[in-house]
Design a protein around this ligand. Structure first.
Ligand SMILES: Nc1ncnc2c1ncn2[C@@H]1O[C@H](COP(=O)(O)OP(=O)(O)OP(=O)(O)O)[C@@H](O)[C@H]1O
Length: 616
């Protein structure tokens, strides 16, 4: 089995240890976290806090009533009177009441935790989506970004544990405070003994929490790959090719080797944690019994009452348990807080493509057009220039076709026009001003692009067209007119549910369309929006010859007066454009009308001739 290389660009992702300082620093995230929780529901937040506070006083009160009962029983066994019996029953009733109250409060707190947790998970998921919408396309193409996103996504459901953790912690601390006060009255040294008893297991737990966080963090890319393998191994999108090419064994083997490697690392950690855990807890138990011996001896000598004995022994046991819990929780709390750091790190990612502080009004209509001035662009994960030294003008109202071999840079040029990326060199001007000076949303609103790898939304046919201008999704006449222009109306007429018909097989009674049918639907998006520049990136590749001819007839008429850019490998389409720009290896080779370029007898003439001969 091939050894897996870890694709980690960020050195902090691979480091195995998280220092104490980092752990304490991570606690600094708690206020921001609580602010988020508070915003989810102030009522639930406050209610939770108050109920937990009340519950914190119950253990000490119960133990104290227990002590009173025992002392009273002992007194009664020596000297019985009816009045005293009544007093005992009152005490028993009070203890019973406290027990009921404690259970009731416990349930109420758990309920509030659950509700708050659900609301919080929703809120974080929404914020994740909102933030993703602001980020650059380039950021989505970066593997380390995905690791961050993945870690952040895991925060949305798991972080409520932190919420009840911190609340529980405070509740326990108050409980311990009451109990410790009782112990201190008898002997303050008992408290010191307890602290010494719980320290070893605290240190041990901290150490192991730290290691398990580091392991889980450094394995984020692999865990993402595992999720991906699980998805492609069992999904409607991939089932066809998995079957035809017999890929399941290959995928399962890869999953097995990767998940086994992770399991082994986790197992090693879990075993050593369990071993050390036994040893360190035994030390704590020894401390507890030391104190117990001291308390029993004092009772035997008659220095304390039987009730005192049970109260002290009970308090001691509870304080030790609670302290152990608090320290343990504290260590997982710092761990949770470190995970929170991932969430806030993700939220802190800033897009580099945004609107200027004060933007220039977008021209209506565009007068001069777009000018590329020496534009160069390189993808971040690539050394090669995808576009270089590109200078040309797309005049207002002009129909431009982009031609070039695979990988020549056509789609990249279009992405620059729509400001999905900014040029690394040179600039793009719109009516004389840098495209970056205009409001980003205005630029996007005025430029409609249908990409070759358009998305097949598993939603209704109507919505699949309306995504071209989602604000108009209830404007049925507009959706239908767009469908008519892109020939999607003929596809939709055949669907049982019409525009309401669910597309794709993922949900309910979804219907799958053919490649060309999907393309007609997606093409409808271009007509939904009243854009001044319409860009179609290989829009007809899947259409039959008749449909393609008709689409372009309509496109020509409908974009009259508007600018358009068409990318196509079919010269029957390309020749209809006013001018054709031929790209090669990211640079401009030729530009001119169909006839000019044929006359020039350069690359365009050559490619055109090749295709024409194929039809003869
Ligand atoms: N997201 C990306 N990250 C890195 N490199 C990319 C990315 N997208 C494209 N490239 C590279 O940039 C170059 C230009 O790609 P582009 O998609 O613009 O070509 P194209 O002319 O549209 O090709 P095609 O005709 O195959 O659609 C190619 O070499 C490609 O490998």
């Amino acid at each position: 089995m091939a050894k897996k290389e870890k694709p980690n660009a960020n050195p902090t992702d691979t480091k195995e240890q998280v220092s104490w300082r980092e752990r304490f620093a991570a606690l600094g995230n708690l206020p921001a976290f609580f602010k988020l929780v508070w915003e989810v529901s102030p009522g639930l937040f406050l209610g939770n806090a108050v109920l937990r506070l009340i519950r914190a006083a119950i253990p000490a009160a119960t133990l104290y009533i227990g002590k009173l009962i025992i002392d009273q029983v002992v007194a009664l066994s020596k000297n019985q009177t009816t009045d005293d019996t009544n007093y005992i029953w009152w005490l028993v009733a009070a203890e019973f009441g406290l027990a009921i109250l404690s259970t009731g409060l416990g349930r109420a707190v758990a309920l509030m935790d659950g509700l708050l947790g659900d609301l919080f998970a929703n809120k974080i998921s929404i914020r994740l989506m909102e933030h993703a919408a602001t980020l650059d396309l380039e950021q989505f193409e970066d593997a380390t970004f995905y690791d961050k996103l993945e870690r952040a996504r895991r925060q949305s459901s798991g972080r409520t544990a932190l919420l009840s953790g911190v609340f529980g912690q405070v509740q326990e601390l108050i409980s311990v405070g009451f109990l410790a006060a009782g112990l201190a009255v008898y002997n303050p040294w008992l408290l010191l003994l307890i602290l010494v008893a719980v320290t070893p297991s605290f240190i041990g737990d901290n150490y192991f929490n730290q290691r398990s966080y580091s392991l889980s963090r450094s394995w984020t890319p692999e865990r993402r790959e595992l999720d991906y393998l699980r998805f492609i191994g069992a999904s409607d999108e991939t089932a066809k090719e998995v079957k035809i090419f017999g890929l399941s064994e290959f995928l399962i083997d890869r999953f097995k080797s990767l998940s086994w490697e992770y399991f082994l690392k986790n197992r090693a950690l879990a075993i050593s944690r369990a071993g050390w855990g036994v040893l360190l807890t035994a030390l704590g138990t020894a401390g507890y019994y030391g104190a117990y011996v001291w308390i029993v001896m004092r009772a035997v000598k008659g220095q304390i009452s039987l009730g005192d004995l049970t109260f002290l022994a009970g308090s001691f046991r509870q304080v030790r348990g609670s302290l152990e819990g608090i320290l343990l929780q504290f260590s997982s709390l710092t761990q949770e807080a470190i995970y929170l750091q991932d969430l806030f790190d993700y939220f802190a990612i800033e897009p580099s493509i945004h609107s200027p502080a004060t933007s220039r009004p977008f021209p209506h209509p565009i007068r001069e057009g777009f000018v590329f001035e020496n534009v160069g662009f390189k993808y971040t994960n690539s050394e090669r220039w995808a576009l270089r030294n590109l200078s040309f003008t797309l005049q207002a109202g002009e129909k431009l076709a982009l031609v070039g071999e695979n990988g020549a840079g056509k789609t990249t040029l279009v992405k620059l026009l729509a400001r999905l990326y900014d040029p690394a060199e040179g600039r793009i001007l719109l009516d004389g001003y840098d495209l970056r000076e205009y409001d980003l949303m205005e630029v996007r609103r005025n430029i409609g692009v249908i990409f070759q790898d358009y998305t097949r939304f598993k939603m209704s046919a109507g919505v699949n067209i309306a995504v071209g201008d989602i604000d108009e999704r209830t404007n049925q006449p507009r959706i239908e007119a767009s469908a008519q222009r892109s020939l999607a109306d003929t596809v939709i007429a055949k669907l049982e549910g019409g525009y309401e018909q669910q597309l794709g097989r993922s949900f309910g009674k979804g219907v799958e369309l053919s490649g060309g049918e999907w393309q007609k639907v997606a093409l409808g998006r271009a007509y939904m929006r009243d854009a001044q520049l319409i860009i179609l990136d290989e829009p007809t590749a899947a259409l039959d010859a008749r449909a393609e001819y008709e689409v372009f007839q309509r496109f020509g008429k409908l974009t009259d007066g508007k600018s358009s850019v068409i990318i196509s490998h079919r010269f029957s389409t390309v020749r209809m454009a006013d001018r054709i720009l031929v790209l090669e290896n990211g640079t401009l080779l030729e530009i001119g009308s169909h006839y000019e370029l044929l006359e020039k007898d350069g690359r365009y003439a050559e490619l055109f001739g090749l295709q024409a001969r194929g039809y003869q």
